[in-house]
Design a protein around this ligand. Structure first.
Ligand SMILES: O=C(O)C(=O)C[C@]1(C(=O)O)C=C[C@@H](O)C=C1
Length: 360
């Protein structure tokens, strides 16, 4: 699969003057709940009404969705509000039912994207459909697996495709429910600039207080749209209560978000930008020179260790360096997260080189 301009035709054809917005409850709970939320979202920027019908839950025993019954409620949403509808599908049976009930957009969840077998089953069931199909990233930050899943749909003749970035699972504790790892989304856009990419701040944050900030970051990174879980009574939602916002909060979020354009042609802006970019080019070269120098010194240590048969990893020294760099970084306004990531990468490279020397 290669990037093609036509990949974004379905989105361009909508001629939106704002990002694509998909909103609605995490789960369809009752017909009244679904319709009440849909009516509250009707005359807003929301383009697609979402509701989970089949809910993949981490542990058994929790509410697992109302099942096919909910598809009738989505049909009612369409009849009563004129809004297009969407839901998650996780196997061929779901696809069949969703297509029979004329759901307009289907998405595939992170737990399905990880499985090539499931993705192939879904792709076969969707063969040749003109519905929009969005693929969430797999739970692990594996861009090839994500793109591979999309490619299975593409090869099955599904033309109206896109992706949803919902963040990635981690073992480490974090302020996010699923860490964004924005660089994966950036790499996605580099490889497929014309494949529409939607952000899902609800699943990234797991917390409604953080939804605005993550949405703004997504728009700053050229995302094409947002999927935000919305419920009139979030605290009492049957699933994901902490991350849903009310329809009025959603409207507020959409009003407050700043939509960025890709570039600006004004001369003054371009001359200042070029000047600053030239400065960045100089600094980047200095960074490379320094990194090269540092690696040469590490090579020297590798040679010494070889002579004396000493281990490459020196945890005590390494922890001293890390601690010192975090403190010194802070003094320069550099975040701990950034310093740790950067120096861990430097250390790993230093170890790789010493490994070659010591075993060479
Ligand atoms: O100090 C050492 O022993 C080194 O080999 C250098 C270095 C580093 O790159 O800073 C590399 C590996 C060790 O784990 C600790 C530190």
């Amino acid at each position: 699969m290669e990037n093609k301009k036509e990949m974004r035709t379905w989105l361009d054809d909508m001629k939106l003057n704002h990002p694509l917005v998909i909103a609605g409850p995490c789960s369809a709970e009752t017909e009244e709940q679904v319709l009440k939320i849909a009516h509250e979202l009707k005359d807003t920027d929301v383009n697609y009404f979402r509701a989970g019908i089949w809910k993949p839950r981490t542990r058994p025993g929790n509410f697992e969705g109302v099942g096919a019954l909910g598809l009738k409620w989505l049909q009612k949403v369409k009849e009563e509000t004129g809004m297009k509808t969407c839901t998650e599908v996780a196997n061929a049976a779901h696809v069949k039912l969703a297509l029979e009930h004329d759901v307009d957009l289907l998405w595939i969840g992170a737990r399905s994207t990880v499985s090539p077998f499931i993705m192939q089953e879904i792709a076969d069931a969707l063969e040749g459909t003109d519905k929009i199909v969005l693929v969430k990233n797999p739970v692990n930050p594996d861009l090839s697996l994500w793109l591979g899943g999309i490619e299975r749909l593409y090869s099955a003749g599904v033309k109206n495709l896109g992706a949803i970035h919902r963040g990635f699972s981690t073992y480490e504790k974090s302020k996010y429910r699923n860490i964004p790892e924005w660089q994966v989304a950036i790499e996605f856009q580099n490889k497929f600039p014309d494949l529409p990419l939607i952000n899902d701040p609800s699943h990234i944050t797991g917390n409604r207080e953080m939804i605005f900030d993550v949405s703004q970051t997504a728009l700053d990174l050229n995302f094409d749209g947002l999927m935000i879980e919305t419920h009139f009574d979030p605290e009492n939602a049957w699933s994901d209560a902490a991350q849903q916002v009310t329809p009025s909060s959603l409207i507020q979020i959409m009003n407050d978000l700043k939509i960025r354009k890709e570039t600006d042609s004004e001369a003054q802006y371009n001359s200042e930008l070029n000047n600053l970019r030239a400065q960045i080019d100089v600094v980047d070269n200095q960074i490379l020179d320094l990194l090269g120098k540092r690696m040469k010194v590490a090579d020297g240590i590798g040679g010494l260790k070889k002579q004396k048969n000493v281990a490459v990893l020196q945890s005590k020294r390494w922890n001293e360096i890390l601690g010192k760099m975090v403190l010194e970084g802070e003094e320069r306004g550099l975040s701990e997260e950034f310093i740790l990531r950067m120096f861990k990468a430097v250390h790993q490279e230093s170890i790789n080189r010493q490994e070659k020397i010591i075993n060479g």
